[in-house]
Design a protein around this ligand. Structure first.
Ligand SMILES: Nc1ncnc2c1ncn2[C@@H]1O[C@H](COP(=O)(O)OP(=O)(O)O)[C@@H](O)[C@H]1O
Ligand SMILES: [Mg+2]
Length: 464
């Protein structure tokens, strides 16, 4: 990550700089050479205008013209050679080649075509201009002026500029590297420490959480992460509590069975009646164990979530009637009146088996935690969106301080009473879970000694 940032910074800084410099220097060189050529052309023209009238081209002896040529060669610090149309050199400012012949490509081309020929030899570092001498009136070509000058000065300016730019580019690159190490550090540091924290937590140091201050977005991520972490911690501790509750609940009946069996074994000649009595108790405990296991299994199945919902159009009136019919015998034993009120026919999309279990649990509780000769009133209503089931009883009620906990697994207000009536403490947990799976809600209103009301609200149409 860091190395990529670094490369990006360098590319963005140094590459455009180098390219720009290259283009700039080339343009500079080209322009300078071109303006040299123009200057030389005008000097060539002046000389040609003097020369065509004179006999200089045949004998090369005219002190005024000589002086002029020498002066120009001096100004440009170069060499001027004059040849006539027989290619004989009549003047050489270096005075080495006079009276010899100059047979060069440029001169021949110049004489035959009457054209100015500039040649820029970059490698050798000189500029050569061959200028024709033409008679103004007859247009006859009389000879050529060959001017050659060094371009070393131009090249040396270029190379010194190149050096300076190179130095600048290196300085810039170093600065970029320093800055990008610094800035990419600033950018990646919080991410790196976030990563370290997450790894640390993954290794099992769950209680620590993340604290990264001063970076807005990263702070938000770590807040969100910490929130998730605390949810996980809650989940984990409730899981641990559940496991320890389960083993405790499952052990209780087995311990009782063991005690009953042991005490029978301890008596040498126990009477048959005693065996009978103890065996009845043992069967009761086995039934209880069975019930706990069944309730646990339903709860575990529900925990698997929405996947195995069997949604169908269900007549809720009929469903409630059926549940009440099934539970009436239990109510009758304690002379509890069962009332069903329906305000309208309700058909809803629900999982019939699960909902039946949830509502049965509520009505069972209303009977179990009731008083002799009490009543249980179940009512059904609906609006355009939801149906409402209310289970009210005239029972013992739930103390306000306990109302928050009754939906928790294995929670019982009065353990002895619950046990007596075959409760496992899982009923309301199952009910709540089922209602949540239908995206509904459940609320409890209760007053100790007066009675309890559970209100259930479930959408008529199931949304997965
Ligand atoms: N209708 C009710 N009236 C009074 N107390 C109730 C009622 N329903 C539930 N409770 C209390 O809530 C506890 C949890 O209920 P539940 O989960 O069904 O477990 P269980 O009935 O097996 O004890 C019960 O033990 C009881 O103390
Ligand atoms: Mg119950």
């Amino acid at each position: 990550m860091r190395i990529y940032l670094l490369l990006a910074f360098i590319l963005l800084g140094v590459v455009p700089l180098s390219f720009f410099t290259y283009v700039l220097l080339n343009t500079y060189e080209e322009k300078t050479i071109n303006s040299r050529i123009e200057e030389l052309k005008s000097q060539g023209m002046i000389l040609s205008n003097i020369l065509y009238k004179s006999v200089y081209l045949t004998n090369g002896s005219d002190p005024v013209i000589d002086a002029n040529i020498n002066r120009i060669a001096d100004i440009y610090d170069g060499r001027i050679i004059i040849v006539n149309n027989t290619l004989m050199i009549v003047k050489d400012t270096y005075s080495i080649a006079k009276d010899k012949y100059l047979i060069s490509d440029d001169v021949i081309r110049c004489l035959s075509g009457n054209t100015v020929i500039p040649v820029n030899d970059r490698k050798a570092g000189h500029l050569k201009l061959t200028y024709p001498i033409t008679h103004k009136d007859t247009k006859e070509i009389l000879g050529a002026i060959v001017m050659s000058f060094s371009t070393k000065d131009i090249h040396s300016i270029r190379s010194s500029m190149e050096q300076r730019v190179l130095l600048f580019a290196i300085t810039l690159a170093v600065l970029i590297v320093v800055f990008s190490v610094f800035f990419s550090g600033i950018l990646t540091k919080p991410l790196t420490s976030l990563m370290h924290s997450i790894n640390h937590i993954t290794e099992g140091y769950m209680d620590e959480g993340i604290s990264i201050k001063g970076y807005n977005e990263i702070e938000k991520i770590s807040d969100a992460f910490n929130h998730m972490l605390s949810q996980m911690q809650k989940l984990e501790s409730s899981r641990q509590e559940f496991v320890s509750n389960v083993s405790h609940e499952l052990k209780t009946p087995i311990t009782s069975i063991k005690v009953l069996a042991d005490s029978l074994l301890a008596q040498e000649d126990a009477p048959v009646e005693l065996y009978r009595e103890f065996l009845v108790d043992i069967v009761d405990e086995i039934d209880r164990e069975n019930k706990i296991i069944n309730d646990l299994l339903s709860l575990v199945k529900l925990d698997k979530k929405a996947g195995d919902m069997h949604i169908a159009q269900v007549n809720i009136n009929e469903l409630l009637e059926l549940i009440l019919k099934r539970l009436r015998p239990i109510a009758q034993k304690r002379n509890i009146e069962m009332i069903f009120e329906s305000f309208r026919p309700v058909i809803a999309e629900v999982d019939e088996v699960k909902l039946s279990l949830a509502i049965s649990n509520l009505i069972e509780n209303a009977i179990k935690y009731n008083v002799e000769d009490g009543w249980v009133r179940v009512s059904l209503n609906a609006d355009h969106k939801y149906f409402f089931i209310k289970v009210a009883d005239s029972g013992i009620g739930i103390p306000e301080s306990e109302q928050d906990f009754i939906f928790e697994r294995f929670y019982r207000v009065d353990k002895a009473r619950s046990r007596e009536s075959g409760g496992t403490g899982l009923g309301l947990a199952i009910t709540k879970s089922v209602i949540q799976m239908h995206h509904g809600a459940i609320k409890v209103y209760s007053k100790e000694g007066e009675g309890t009301t559970f209100n259930v609200r479930i959408p008529l149409n199931y949304v997965s």
